[in-house]
Design a protein around this ligand. Structure first.
Ligand code: TPP
Length: 386
């Protein structure tokens, strides 16, 4: 058994100081020490998949990251681990517990996952080792993990058995309750714009220094067709993770960070609205292009017509929520969102459909990620609009 700091201090010496996750009772002393540490950043995610995406954003903004979860939550993380970290080659140190490990008396809901956790990691091609429970093994284990991630650019996992970390004294404080944000209604009677026209206006308004993250599907393809720049991240997979990635970026850069989301994608991971509201990054502008459909997969209807995203975001702690259904209202919302602290959510209703013969990003995901990372690391040029 080790003390939490026996691991956290040498991990910090290697640069790992951005933590994110969802708790497990096996993690309690470890996670509580992380949350209460004055020298580490910890983001409480609403799901393990969201944690993986937040960490990916933080990595893009130059951080070394750790994601902590229960092994039952590994299931929630499979999608971003396989369709975000893998294609973009984004590393993170994953610490997953071993509830239901063979031979351990545990609850029935952990039995199967306890038996297959190592196989799950193997199948996802994530190298892994036991979480070190002896102080003498920690340095070597961390160096092996760090070197593996540096070499492959991919995640590495520690599997944590029950009782690996001694009870500590750290007791996190309750999160603060948040006042509701302000709602701005810019709707009018104009016909709904196309996504392409809205993206054109977005590009015209966004400062050169801004980072743009586009959700999976045709949003990214249209953005790429309009302009391909180092500050664009086309999230080709990991549906629903654009906002979480945007949060990880926005928390670690002073640049305006603009997320281009879809209604279907946002509905898939609405918990991110609460995480963003709680973290309150001033520089985050979350644009939801709502065509009431899964346009990229053939236009099947979503349930968005019954959903007021601006109101929900404002209730989750976003400072401003804007509703618009035409380019003029969208431009008003963007102008306001770019000129004052957020987080902001701009809900734009758009017409379904997309440009014909749409291309797909020709730059490969690892290159997109690395040039985006280099862009974030560079000093912003003088930018009138920022
Ligand atoms: C986890 C997951 N489920 C399903 C898909 C298939 N898929 C790709 S794009 C898309 C539709 C996304 O809808 P929305 O966010 O509303 O954007 P739109 O296509 O309308 O622009 C779907 C279902 C996927 N890529 N990932």
């Amino acid at each position: 058994m080790i003390e939490a700091d026996d691991f956290l201090n040498p991990a910090k010496a290697l640069g790992y100081d951005f933590y994110c996750g969802v708790p497990c009772s096996f993690l309690t002393p470890f996670i509580n020490t992380t949350i209460t540490s004055p020298t580490l950043d910890y983001v409480a995610a609403t799901s393990e998949g969201e944690a993986v995406a937040i960490a990916a954003g933080a990595w893009l903004a130059g951080r070394k990251t750790v994601v902590m979860c229960q092994n039952s939550g590994l299931g929630n993380a499979v999608n971003p681990l396989t369709s975000l970290n893998y294609p973009f080659q984004i590393p993170t140190l994953l610490i997953t517990t071993l509830r239901g490990a063979p031979g351990l008396a545990d609850e029935p809901q952990h039995e199967l996952m306890g038996r297959i956790t190592h196989q799950m990691l193997d199948v996802m091609e994530i190298p892994h080792a036991d979480f070190p429970s002896d102080k003498r093994d920690i340095e070597k284990a961390l160096n092996t993990a760090d070197q593996s991630m540096q070499k492959s650019g991919l995640p590495y996992a520690f599997t944590m058995a029950k009782g690996s970390v001694a009870d500590g004294t750290g007791q996190p404080q309750a999160s603060r309750s948040l006042p509701a944000g302000r709602i701005h209604d810019f709707t009018d009677a104009s016909p709904l714009p196309s996504r392409m026209a809205a993206l054109e206006r977005l590009l015209a308004h966004a400062p050169q220094s801004a980072a743009l993250i586009a959700t999976t599907g045709k949003s990214g393809r249209e953005l790429f067709t309009l302009a391909d720049r180092p500050q664009h991240l086309y999230q080709v997979g990991s549906m629903g993770c654009a906002a979480a990635m945007g949060l990880g970026v926005a928390l670690n850069t002073p640049r305006k960070t603009i997320v281009i989301d879809g209604d279907g994608a946002l509905l898939m991971k609405m918990g991110s609205l609460a995480t963003i509201g709680s973290c309150a990054p001033e520089n985050l502008i979350h644009v939801v292009m709502d065509n009431a459909s899964y346009d990229s997969t053939g236009g099947q209807p979503t349930v968005s017509p019954g959903v007021d995203f601006a109101q929900i975001a404002a209730s989750c702690g976003y400072l401003h929520g804007y509703t618009c259904n035409a380019l003029s209202g969208f431009e008003k919302a963007l102008t306001q969102a770019l000129s004052r602290p957020g987080p902001h959510l701009v809900h734009l209703k758009i017409a379904p459909g997309s440009a014909r013969n749409l291309g797909r990003p020709t730059v490969k995901p690892p290159a997109v990620a690395r040039r985006f990372r280099d862009f974030l690391a560079s000093k912003p040029a003088n930018d009138q609009s920022n």
